[in-house]
Design a protein around this ligand. Sequence first.
Ligand code: ATP
Length: 265
Amino acid sequence: MTEILASERIAALLRPAAQHVTVRVVEETGSTNADLLAALPTLHGPVLLQAKRQTAGRGRAGRSWHSAEGKSLTFSLAWKFDLPVHALVGLPLAVGVALAEALAMFSIDARLKWPNDVLVQGRKLAGILIESAGAGSVPHDASWAVIGIGLNIAVDDSMAAAIGRAATGVPWLADLDPNMLMATLLSSLAEALVQFEHEGLAAFIGRWNALHAYAGQAVVILDNGRVLHEGIGRGIDAGGRFLIESASGQVAVMAGDVSLRPKEV
Ligand code: ATP
């Protein structure tokens, strides 16, 4: 019953770009991304799935996303694009911009870490995991993206121990109406996705670079713990590649399973 009320309440608060999204709120699930990926063949339009408890949240490359009831926001949005799958390459960057700009509406100074994290004061506040699939009946010019977002509200000791890396939350978000928070984030996401479909990543490059967490700072790119590149972080190029000014010139790094880190001095 509360879930039905929550989804109706979220739906009532949406801005126009998100008003056609079906909103579902569940008490508990393993992974909202896994659920929406499995449901794609039956979907007729965009769906938001929010879980109060997510027990097997996923990150990139089989990593885990940790969360706890009342201390995290965990949700996924399934969205169909009239674009082929390969045109979605820069989508995590556009979604990062949408999330950071939405958080700015709450006076949260969120910054972006390439390719898919949102940081506050250098610590991870939110992660983005996008999984995509060609849209069966029209394989070449349409695709579905399942955009998963985990956002920390409060990180307690047991969560911090499970995460094992610098993470942070914004505890006062727990004092806001959770449905208003969800509706604000979903509205900003939907607006960004519409813009991405029409204008591509080009509409987000300048905004991403303005929110870059390591602009002008010494960084390294790691591949399985091994330093692949090091230099000064410059931002992203038109293709969404990460630009580093290295001793031997500018390097453009493609997103893959590589990791960006500030250089330890
Ligand atoms: P990289 O930083 O190497 O690019 P990543 O850390 O961004 O990779 P992701 O797959 O995006 O990797 O996210 C999963 C990782 O995020 C986990 O391995 C863990 O280190 C961290 N993590 C998991 N849960 C949380 C959380 N609630 N808050 C902050 N960080 C988390």
